[in-house]
Design a protein around this ligand. Structure first.
Ligand code: GTP
Ligand code: MG
Length: 195
């Protein structure tokens, strides 16, 4: 996709703030610090539109970014951050869960995992949850630049085995540092939104 325009739209704390112009939405889920915001920035070729939060885990909103007049990226707060209280986590879980279950505009969830390590328990739960509710998902294995190329196949194998990856889903290897996987991921997104 040729990105001619991208902008931050809203930090939504609930459905009342979600945009109402019916554009397709692509959500990004993944552990705190895994590289969700960096991935958005790389896809839209902006250095710093999607912000890495100074206090990870504090952001409890869904951050909406509009790309052209084509779609929104919805940046989720990362999960697995220890300093969030149990009550906060439960509250946040409800909002995300409702969004994932009910949001008609949601066309694809990018489940972002760190290619250097086996997916965490939270990654596995998220992947299983998405499958259980039959939500469209694409696994993105990011930070590929941190691993020598010769070891990529081994790491991808571990990611797939640990997740219980289903071959009918897409998996894209990615690097926000080098741009690896950018075109491939755009193709997956475009095919989901019919662009
Ligand atoms: P939260 O918003 O806290 O959930 O984090 P996030 O998932 O949005 O991660 P973010 O994009 O803020 O990136 C976290 C750190 O990882 C930053 O220091 C990034 O520069 C770095 N990073 C992200 N993607 C890559 C990548 O592909 N390669 C390398 N080398 N570093 C990356
Ligand atoms: Mg972020």
């Amino acid at each position: 996709m040729k990105v001619t325009k991208s902008e931050f739209v809203v930090s939504a704390v609930g459905p009342a703030q979600y945009p109402d112009d019916a554009l397709p939405e692509i959500a990004l889920a993944g552990r705190s610090n895994v590289g969700k915001s960096s991935l958005i920035n790389r896809l839209i070729s902006r250095k710093n539109l999607a912000r890495a939060s100074a206090t990870p885990g504090k952001t409890q909103q869904l951050n909406y970014y509009r790309v052209n007049d084509d779609l929104y990226f919805v940046d989720f707060p990362g999960y697995g951050y220890a300093k969030v209280s149990k009550a906060q986590r439960a509250q946040f879980g409800v909002m995300i869960e409702k969004y994932l279950l009910n949001r008609e505009e949601l066309k694809l969830v990018l489940l972002v995992v760190d290619m250097r390590h086996p997916p965490s328990k939270d990654d596995i739960s998220m992947y299983e949850w998405l499958q259980h509710y039959d939500r469209p998902v694409c696994v993105v294995a990011t930070k590929a630049d941190k691993i020598p190329k010769t070891k990529w196949p081994k790491h991808i194998k571990i990611v797939k085995e640990t997740l219980g990856f289903k071959p009918y889903h897409s998996l894209v290897m990615f690097s926000s540092e080098t741009g690896l996987g950018k075109d491939e991921l755009w193709e997956v997104i475009e095919s989901r939104i019919g662009a």
